[in-house]
Design a protein around this ligand. Structure first.
Ligand SMILES: [Zn+2]
Length: 272
């Protein structure tokens, strides 16, 4: 299965082959083309952290969601803190508010749009076809060391009776092992959390590189997800400057991509 980029209404976004043909399920990962932001944020910036004009960011979010056939009024965002808290999204949280601290969202409510920001970090997409529930997790190295994907699966089990062996997972574009040099503190953090055996990294002399996508994949397989139900993007956000923002490459003054996922309201999906 290979990665695919889709272009709708001038907006380019990534979709996973694991999820893209499922009726009633929306998902996407924004690229940086087709928006109205300028300078280092050019052009489809989804995030406010780098210092872009808020009105440009809100317009960009609207453009991206509309390209997918979704509405920003149903979008649920969180204040991402590189932790492992999972929040259940509902219509009361919708409407571009980012005040609740969490790094993962789940829902079984149709029409609710889950949104997670990333500018190098992995985003994990979860779909339980049996109980019709979805989840999105922000998995940078800190979140991965804290087992955020596993925490999300536990939450889906508690709320929706999800069984890991039924779940389909997509792993977004992120900084890849070719470009992700890390320090010893990353290794120590995995060791402290008892997750050293899930860590996939390469050490050559003093240089260490981390494979965040593969580490998450290994962690999820250990948690009971079937290997054939996990698809990882091959895109590196650092290497593909034309397509993605990268915090590591560009520093603080850069944009963000947004991952979104939603279950369609009855009859809504056919409009895609
Ligand atoms: Zn790279």
């Amino acid at each position: 299965m290979s990665d695919s980029l889709k272009k709708v209404k001038g907006i380019t976004f990534w979709q996973s082959p694991m999820l893209k043909k499922i009726s009633g399920l929306y998902h996407g990962f924004s690229c940086r083309k087709g928006g109205i932001s300028t300078g280092p944020f050019s052009s489809l910036n989804m995030g406010l952290k780098g210092g872009d004009r808020p009105e440009a960011v809100f317009r960009n979010r609207q453009l991206f969601l509309h390209a997918l056939g979704l509405s920003e009024a149903e979008l649920v965002l969180v204040k991402q803190v590189h932790g492992s808290r999972v929040l259940e999204a509902n219509s009361g949280l919708a409407g571009c508010k980012e005040h609740l601290p969490a790094d993962a969202l789940v829902t079984a409510q149709k029409g609710i749009v889950l949104g997670i920001m990333a500018a190098d970090c992995v985003v994990l997409y979860f779909f339980d076809p049996v109980n019709e529930a979805i989840g999105l997790a922000h998995a940078g190295w800190r979140g991965t060391a804290a087992g955020i994907g596993i925490e999300l699966l536990k939450t889906m089990k508690a709320l929706y009776s999800t069984r890991p062996e039924n779940v389909k997972v997509a792993i977004s574009p992120s900084i890849a092992s070719c470009c992700y040099e890390v320090e010893q503190d990353v290794i120590n953090s995995f060791a402290e959390n008892g997750r050293l055996e899930e860590l996939v990294y390469c050490k050559q002399g003093k240089k260490m590189t981390l494979d965040l996508k593969e580490t998450n994949r290994k962690q999820l397989i250990k948690a009971g997800v079937k290997a054939e139900f996990i698809a990882s993007s091959s895109y590196c956000t650092f290497c593909h400057q034309d397509l993605f923002y990268s915090y590591r490459r560009d520093g603080k003054k850069t944009g963000s991509m947004m991952a979104i996922m939603a279950l369609a309201e009855p009859g809504q999906w056919c409009q895609r």
